[in-house]
Ligand binder design. Structure first.
Ligand SMILES: [Zn+2]
Length: 320
């Protein structure tokens, strides 16, 4: 694949204009709004000081229960009873994919890029959703990654194999970069996850010239602080967005399912690469969010994934 360059930027714009024209044409021809082809939801923006925050859907991901909570990690009866009590399962779990867009005076920042065209047919909707909101991917100044799993990274290239955010500066945790590009990572990864490694190794090097690597605790962009939530992946990062006297936490995958992660935070999840570390960071995060009554946005919480954490006995609950 070619590195990002000016020529691709122009091609990208041509295609965008074509898609916009097509969508408008549909609207005029049918006499109804152009949202027939493009389905922007009506989720209102959140204003936080000088920050305007919107959540955009990349679609819905369907995973087998056995991939998230395999019998090696949990008693299947306990698991199935819990899922049934929340009308979930028994065969698969569906999770929304929520991309956060942060607009500041001089910056348009996007957190994760979704799954793109090559992951699941029900995901990879970001491009259309941006178009439906009148947001040009070429105007995105910064792309920030929580981690490099497929549903967060593979949308980097579009279905024409061109960069979607061709003018952006990219930001990734240094540990995440080192882990995925390490020579030993592929051989140390179980067969059913090797595609994650190959996918990351095919894509991350494309960012080399436009990538800033950060550490936990840094203010990586104005009002955006990198928060250590390692465990799901070695460099998994959540982001605190500060505005005025308030702040909001973008969780990424530190808390995923709205019932499992909050009500059973000590369950070991197969998708967490270091399960013990993920659990301790999850508990720390839940305690802090409940105590501070801080707003959260979860990548996999029910769209738009905004809400709060409440204490519920010795565990917690998610309040949308
Ligand atoms: Zn995810």
């Amino acid at each position: 694949m070619m590195p990002f360059n000016k020529k691709q930027t122009i091609k990208n714009r041509d295609r965008r204009e074509f898609l916009t024209a097509t969508a408008c044409g549909l609207g005029i021809a049918s006499g109804i709004a152009s949202s027939i082809a493009l389905s922007a939801d009506e989720t209102p923006a959140i204003e936080l000081g000088d920050n305007t925050i919107q959540v955009i859907s990349d679609g819905v991901m369907h995973l087998p229960v056995s991939m998230i909570l395999p019998e090696e990690l949990i008693n299947p009866t306990e698991r199935d009873d819990f899922l049934k009590s929340h009308n979930l399962g028994p065969e698969r779990l569906s999770q929304d994919c929520n991309i956060t867009l942060l607009q500041q005076k001089d910056k348009t920042i996007i957190f994760d890029v979704g799954a793109g065209p090559n992951f699941m047919p029900t995901t990879g909707k970001l491009y259309e959703e941006l178009g439906a909101r009148g947001i040009d991917p070429l105007d995105v100044t910064d792309v920030v990654f929580t981690h490099a799993h497929p549903d967060h990274l593979w949308g980097l290239m579009d279905d024409f194999d061109e960069p979607l955010f061709a003018n952006a500066q990219y930001h990734l945790n240094k540990k995440e970069w080192e882990y995925w590009l390490d020579d030993n990572t592929l051989s140390n990864t179980p067969d059913d996850r090797k595609a994650f490694v190959v996918g990351a190794q095919n894509r991350l090097p494309l960012l080399k010239d436009t990538l800033t690597l950060f550490d936990y605790g840094q203010e990586i962009l104005p009002n955006v602080e990198a928060v250590d939530t390692a465990g799901h992946t070695p460099g998994h990062t959540s982001f605190a967005i500060h505005g005025g006297t308030e702040s909001l936490m973008l969780l990424g995958d530190a808390l995923t399912n709205q019932f499992i992660a909050f009500e059973q935070p000590k369950w070991r999840l197969a998708m967490d690469q270091n399960q013990e570390l993920a659990i301790s960071n999850r508990l720390r995060l839940l305690d802090r969010m409940a105590t501070d009554k801080q707003r959260i946005i979860g990548f996999h919480l029910p769209h738009p994934g905004t809400g709060m954490v409440e204490r519920n006995g010795s565990a917690y609950r998610y309040v949308a």
